[in-house]
Design a protein around this ligand. Structure first.
Ligand SMILES: Cc1ncc(COP(=O)(O)O)c(C=O)c1O
Length: 408
């Protein structure tokens, strides 16, 4: 029996995995060309790269419009405001996501309300959303977590009953599909992030997609100072757009490699006890931002933390770290802008009896807590990592599970 690395044995893998993202000479050249051209940001006709990237992004998604922004956070901000979300409106969000999904609602002066996720996709559970509806619910932000499309049929049905705006937070899901449609085009607005670690990586940047002419026009106006009562500078630069168009052209091939990597792992890891690779819903195509496994600690009597430590010691690049957002200081203090705003703002509290105000208590979302504390381990499987690297990952799990007695 091999000795586990956590107990002083030799790790399965000591060589680092290939880093993501990697940039090419073509992208360096494109950035240099923008600099040489003298227009780094859209200005009096100097915005051809942003326009070209927006057009290509919309076409790739089969969306009528795409509006480029400075980040995924500002894409969410612009999308919410374009949809008319504002003071005293409630927006339902999942608590298992990056902070910006929820705080973008606060940026629009509205109130985030957490609804629980479902275990299969780790996306919002339509019935949990239904349970959180109040007379002030105006929108829902669906997150396609880790690139797994959420239950869009169920969620759209709940939204249609109440005429709610549906935003899709696609920060993890560039190129993922639901029933043959790209995510970000099923709800009213899609929001993407191009932050460094994302599937389409530009350092920073974002995009709003929509099929509505009106929402697109409002989003573009909010993004770049316009005649609207409140508008901002949340633009993307020409350098980011020039690189973005090139990287968009590679996205499908890179996602194919991720899916091949996932299929290899599904086959080998699927045979091992106590762990279950996350399975997509029917009729969806995953864009694997993270590869996620459910770990049943009761099967071995070994804690989630101990199991993770043993995997990391063998060389697994573990990268999973969301916690239930109710724990965050914004929701614990219910004070984002001072004076308790927007949570305790009289404009909201005067029309909302205390029993109807949101509960920022993680006990309210037990599936999220269970996923956080017990069940999920995750890591990335980005190209150029391929079968040789996936073999090492599968060997790591096999070794730890074969020697699980040594962890008790
Ligand atoms: C689910 C989710 N939403 C929104 C964002 C915000 O994107 P950005 O970092 O580009 O502002 C992120 C980024 O990490 C994210 O993971």
């Amino acid at each position: 029996m091999a000795k586990l690395a956590i107990n002083g044995g030799t790790p399965v893998r000591t060589e680092p995995f290939a880093v993501w993202p990697q940039y090419t000479e073509e992208e360096a050249q494109a950035a240099a060309d923008v600099v040489r051209g003298g227009w780094l940001v859209a200005h009096h006709g100097g915005h051809k790269h942003v326009e070209a990237f927006q057009e290509a992004y919309a076409e790739y998604h089969g969306a009528a419009h795409a509006v480029a922004t400075s980040s995924g956070t500002t894409a969410l901000h612009v999308a919410l405001m374009a949809a008319g979300i504002g003071p005293a409106d409630e927006v339902i969000v999942p608590p298992m996501t990056f902070l910006a999904t929820a705080t973008s609602v606060v940026m629009a002066n509205a109130i985030p309300v957490f609804a629980d996720i479902e275990p299969q996709t780790l996306g919002l559970d339509p019935e949990a959303v239904r349970a959180k509806l109040t007379p002030r619910t105006k929108a829902v932000i669906v997150v396609h977590l880790n690139g797994f499309p959420a239950d869009m049929d169920g969620l759209m049905a709940v939204a249609r009953e109440r005429d709610l705006i549906v935003l899709e937070d696609c920060a993890h899901a560039h190129g993922a599909e639901h029933n043959g449609r790209k995510v970000g085009t099923i709800g009213d607005l899609g929001c993407f992030s191009f932050q460094h670690k994302k599937l389409l990586s530009l350092g920073d940047g974002g995009m709003v997609t929509t099929n509505s002419d009106e929402l697109a026009e409002r989003a573009a106006g909010l993004r770049t100072f316009s005649g609207q009562p409140l508008s901002f500078n949340l633009r993307m630069t020409e350098i980011h757009a020039a690189i973005g168009k090139i990287r968009l052209g590679r996205l499908d091939a890179e996602n194919e490699q991720r899916r091949r990597n996932a299929a290899y792992l599904d086959e080998r890891l699927g045979e091992l006890p106590a762990i279950t690779p996350q399975q997509p819903r029917e009729n969806t195509t995953v864009a694997y931002y993270n590869y996620v496994l459910h770990y049943n600690k009761d099967e071995f009597g070994v804690s989630h933390e101990k199991f993770q430590e043993a995997l990391i010691a063998e060389g697994l690049p573990m990268a999973y770290g969301y916690f239930p957002l109710q724990r965050h200081v914004t929701f614990q203090t219910r004070d984002a802008y001072g004076h308790g705003c927007p949570f305790k703002c009289p404009f909201y509290t005067e029309i909302t009896p205390p029993e109807q105000r949101p509960v920022y208590d993680e006990a309210d979302t037990p599936v999220t807590v269970d996923m956080y504390e017990n069940v999920v381990v995750g890591f990335t499987i980005h190209p150029p990592n391929g079968e040789a690297e996936m073999k090492d990952i599968a060997d790591i799990f096999e070794k730890v599970i074969t020697n699980i007695d040594d962890l008790r």
